[in-house]
Design a protein around this ligand. Sequence first.
Ligand SMILES: C[S@@+](CC[C@H](N)C(=O)[O-])C[C@H]1O[C@@H](n2cnc3c(N)ncnc32)[C@H](O)[C@@H]1O
Length: 246
Amino acid sequence: MELSAADRPSVGGQMSAAGEVSAAGGVSAAGQPLGRSVADETDLVRRGYDELSYLYRADDARPDKYVPWIAELIARLPAGGSVLDLGCGCGVPVSRDLAAAGFAVTGADISEVQISRARRLVPAASFMVADAARLAFADSSFDAVACLYALFHLPLDAQPRLLARIGRWLRPGGWLLTVTGQEAWTGAETGWLGGQTPMWWSQADAPTYRGWIEQAGLAVTEQSFVPEDDGGHALFWAQRPVEPER
Ligand SMILES: C[S@@+](CC[C@H](N)C(=O)[O-])C[C@H]1O[C@@H](n2cnc3c(N)ncnc32)[C@H](O)[C@@H]1O
C-alpha cells in the first residue's frame, strides 16, 4: 500500500485534516505542548515510526515515484558497489531493490520496528538501529548514500553536520541522492497517516539544503521539485568530486 500523503504533512505548518500542527515544538496526542529538547523530538520521531511503520509503507509496496530514482542510482553505481540507505525505513523499496540488483546495502534507521521489518523483508542487506546524528563510518566507505525523506526528522542544526559526514563517507565519484524539504517548516502533527502517534519534522528550504550539500564538498548535479499533494519536496543528486591524479 502506498499512501500519497505518506512523506510529511502539508508544507507551511498548515492545519491538516488529520490532526494538529504546531509551528514550533511539538504537541502530544492530546494537544498538550511537548518538551522541546532534542532528545524529546528525536524520541518522538523514533516512537512515531515504531507505531506508524505499517501505515507508512506496506511490505510489498512499489511506490511509483521511487522507480526512476532507484533506476538512476543503479545506473550510476559500479557493479557490486556499496550503498548506505540512511533512514531506510522498512527497507522497501530502496534497500530491497538495490540488494536485488546485487549491491552491498547497509541500512540504518532509528526505529526498531522499521529495522526489524527491514531485516525480514531484505535479508540480503545489513541493517542497524541507529540515530543518523550519531552514526560514524570510515571515510570513503560508500559508492552512494540514499537519504530519502529522513533528513528533515533530525534537529535542524544536526542536518548540515550529517551532510558533512556523508560527504566524507562517500568515495571520490560517489553519489548522494536525497529528498529534503522544499520550504522551511518545523512542527508536529497528530493523526498523521491516520495513526494515533504524533510525528515531528524540522526542515530548511531547498536553497539552504543545496548550500549545505555544497558545503559538504559535494557538487550538486541535479535539483528538482517532487510535487506531492498541496506541497512537495526537493530532490538532489550530488557527487563527491573525483580527486585529480597527481
Ligand atoms: C519518511 S520515512 C522514509 C523511509 C525511507 N527512506 C523511504 O523513503 O521509504 C523516514 C525514516 O527516517 C527514519 N529516521 C528519522 N529520524 C532518524 C534518525 N535521527 N536517524 C535514523 N533514522 C531516522 C524514520 O525512523 C523513518 O523510518
